[in-house]
Design a binder for this molecule. Structure first.
Ligand SMILES: N[C@@H](CCC[C@H](N)C(=O)O)C(=O)O
Length: 277
């Protein structure tokens, strides 16, 4: 059976997007991993699946799978691509779209300049929400990795994030510390790891080693988590421009229970058909 797909990206964080409203398919973990392979498959950081909503108040259900086949709760860059996809494919004519995700409902707005603004909900800092094995909810937690202690912010954006402040993203030990923190036993469901360089209260550089996908050129939920953690620590003030390797995101957060708003681009690259093995 041939499955129609669209290849998209948000700041170089790339996606295979499949419409399972007009097509039928059931993907096994190993098929996701094969499709994600950049040599033997289509190649992507995440697979995004568009389905009909289960809740009648929502417009769509949107499921997210990492390149390693694991299903996850949330994806910020994916949410923007999702919004462009359902409009471009004429699955909706709405420019403000409500979607169900495994991490909770999201509201997406396609702006007149075609940038997409996503209401990402409020960040959660309580260790149990990630989950993270810690007794207290604090702005920074000491985490021991390979005999050294690092101070990390722990933030849930529906999905779990550890944020580590570094002097420079260029010299940050992303390849060494990323996988070690991702699989740290204090994060029983693993974690996305952000390396944040503060430039000014309104500007940071960020690299993210993503759970289940490795380092990506950009991570939307990672950008939100870094800004929330930076504001909570008194290092940043809303709005914040986040410079990622693939480009910039604008993040706004008034604080407390208010939602984080993320604005950035979403691009279609090509379309194709593939036979499922
Ligand atoms: N690229 C994403 C996040 C995708 C999911 C993440 N790897 C996880 O496992 O939670 C983004 O833009 O937010």
């Amino acid at each position: 059976m041939l499955l129609h797909f669209t290849k998209m990206h948000g700041l170089g964080n790339d996606f295979m997007v499949i419409d399972l409203i007009t097509q039928r398919a059931r993907l096994r973990d190993e098929q996701v991993r094969q499709l994600a392979d950049r040599r033997f498959g289509v190649g992507f950081d995440q697979l995004l699946v568009v389905e009909p909503p289960r809740d009648p108040d929502m417009d769509f259900r949107y499921r997210i799978f990492n390149a390693d086949g694991s299903e996850v709760e949330n994806c910020g860059n994916g949410a923007r691509c999702f919004a462009r996809f359902v409009l471009d494919q004429r699955l909706t004519h709405k420019r403000e779209i409500r979607v169900e995700t495994a991490g909770g409902p999201l509201t997406l707005k396609v702006n007149d300049d075609d940038q997409v603004t996503v209401d990402m909900g409020a960040p959660r800092f309580s260790p149990a929400t990630l989950p993270f094995d810690a007794t207290e909810d604090r702005p920074l937690h000491a985490l021991e990795v390979d005999g050294e202690t690092y101070e990390i912010g722990a933030v849930s954006m529906g999905n779990p994030h550890a944020v580590l402040r570094v002097r420079s993203v260029d010299s940050a030990p992303v390849e060494r510390l990323g996988p070690a923190i991702e699989a740290h036993p204090r994060f029983p469901r693993r974690v996305n790891v952000g390396f944040m360089q503060v430039v000014s209260p309104h500007e940071i550089h960020l690299r993210v080693f993503e759970r289940g996908s490795g380092e990506t050129l950009a991570c939307g939920t990672g950008a939100c988590a870094a800004v929330a953690s930076g504001i909570r620590q008194g290092l940043l003030q809303s709005p914040v421009t986040v410079h990622l390797r693939g480009g910039d995101l604008r993040i706004e957060w008034p604080g407390e229970e208010a939602p984080l708003m993320m604005t950035g681009p979403a691009e279609r690259v090509f379309e194709g058909r593939i036979a499922l093995a």
